[in-house]
Write a protein that binds this ligand. Sequence first.
Ligand code: GLC
Length: 659
Amino acid sequence: MKFNVNDFTVEEKLKLLSGYDGWRLYMAEGKLPEVRLCDGPSGLRDEQQKATAMPTISVLANTWSREMARLDGATIADDCVEKGATVLLAPGVNIKRTPLCGRNFEYFSEDPYLAGTLGKEYISAVQEKGVGTSLKHFCANNREHCRLSQSNEIDERTLREIYMRPFEIALQAKPWTVMCAYNMVNGVYASENKKLLKDVLRDEFGFDGVILSDWCATQNAYRAFKASLDVSMPASTDHYETLKRAYDNGWITDEELNERAANVLRLIEKCANAQRICATDKETRHKNAVTVASEGIVLLKNEEGILPFNTPSVAVVGKCAVNPPIGGGGSSNVHTDYKQIPLAELLQERMPTAKVTFGDTFNWSPRHTQIMNAAYTSAYHADTVLLCVGTDNVIETEEADRETIRLPLVQEELILRTAKVNPNVVVAVYAGSAIDMSAWIDKVKAVVFVGFAGEGGNEALADVLTGKVNPSGKLAETFPLCLADTPTGSTHGNSFVERYSEGVFVGYRYYDAYEKEVLFPFGHGLSYTKFSYSDMEIAKRTETDYEVSFTVKNEGDTAGKEVCQLYVKDVFAPVSRPEKELKGFTKIALAPGQSKRVTLTLDARSFAYYDVVNGGWRVDGGEYELLVGASSRDIRLTEKLSLSFPENEQFSQYFNYKT
Ligand code: GLC
């Protein structure tokens, strides 16, 4: 199918830019096929149809696996194909600047390279199924509090290196649409921010798809049009009338209108001509949900090898064991009809000789005291206790930020009181973002971070706790010791202007720069086995392109997967740069005793910073260090590297990097 913009009237072209209804683009009275835009990042959100609830993006990020990002995206796309959704409004790649952000569960990471790289794989996998995507929310939507009114004041280098960077990387997958954010950036709404939408997204990043507004993010359809926004959603007569008035007044030329309408027609063509392939049934999609969750669960602490369970009796306590929060609140919600199997049952099935009991503790009722006492009694008599605690989709949701990053006090009390009656406590934490565990972490022997892990989360957790799966997840965001230690503290922005005064020092970049202790560092995650790293070598391809190789060995007697991380340090930079920055990673599977040679590649962007003086990415000649590690604070191998450029390049290399 092909559509020519000249076959449409001015009114029809203007309607192409202002939507048809809540979720569909204008169809010109049947001249155009339906294009239905549907949420969301962890599964198809459709009020009328059920779908598979995949793990949230934050759990996908904790897999650090390109393969899982593809499996996740492809699985969601199958639901879309089966149920007639044409464009999936995902993924969100906004940076986790503060753990208070209510929507962190929906985003990948505090690190732009990890977020962009996994987002790129997710987009490719969805679009290979003939379903479009919407890379969102461009850009700097890092809080929910006053997201519709707040202006985020961000310097150019920070914008480039941190908040635009994940979009720049993910755009390599050529998403069919990009969705602008609600907030202002440097005083101008993202929906009408020409610098963002035209100068950077279109002209510099080369994006040639459709730029959508977030829903109700367009303040003025004419100003948005002039800034290069294509479609304001959802449809509103106000948007149409504003555009019509502008056209009638000659403020919008026919040439401009045709260019914008042609963008939308090209999207409709893509949707109409796509080979839409559904390769899975519901059962397979559920299995995929379990698989992704099992690689995203993070073993944070495991004293005395208490995990995997090897115990005669386990008391399972806590509502998350029967009613786990499978996602966060808001537009990413997925209506699944999957019936949760109680975790105690799942554990009993996997540990037939052990005695597994369940004590509910969170049904507030007149019998609450008896319930709590029953739970403590079962904990007292069991050899090991598994406490299933966390937040939920009311605490972590779109349109609101958290007030604290601690667990609800009643849950902290449960942990502390249980630890008093039983020394063998394992805590499973279900949350969408970092949790301050300092009140109780030293009182328990093991902590497993489940996250909001989708409909298959508790099956995956049962597999991990019993050793059927060796945990391989690693944190894609730092867990700080407390909120006061974070770059933004306990502030919620001021609903007017928030200055991003920490600059590029976000997440581990911040904690490294200020030498702050953290609860668990970026990239941290334990395994039931041990991995060693050795024999690091650097092979030079060009002055800025290198292959970094090293050997990883599974030193234990359990098969496992390791996420190897490569960081780059610019030792004598002429600008303030983070101590280290993630520039490569891979996840490898190793049998007991097996070694593998790993090779990661670095290119010019791996060394570059954004030079605001000359308006481009710059690599300086000088000294660098390449750091290979199992986490950002568990560096196993280091090599020094000197870069030098010809004198006529002023010892630096400038380039405007076309993705
Ligand atoms: C919401 C979200 C966006 C979502 C859209 C449609 O407000 O910000 O991520 O895709 O509106 O529900």
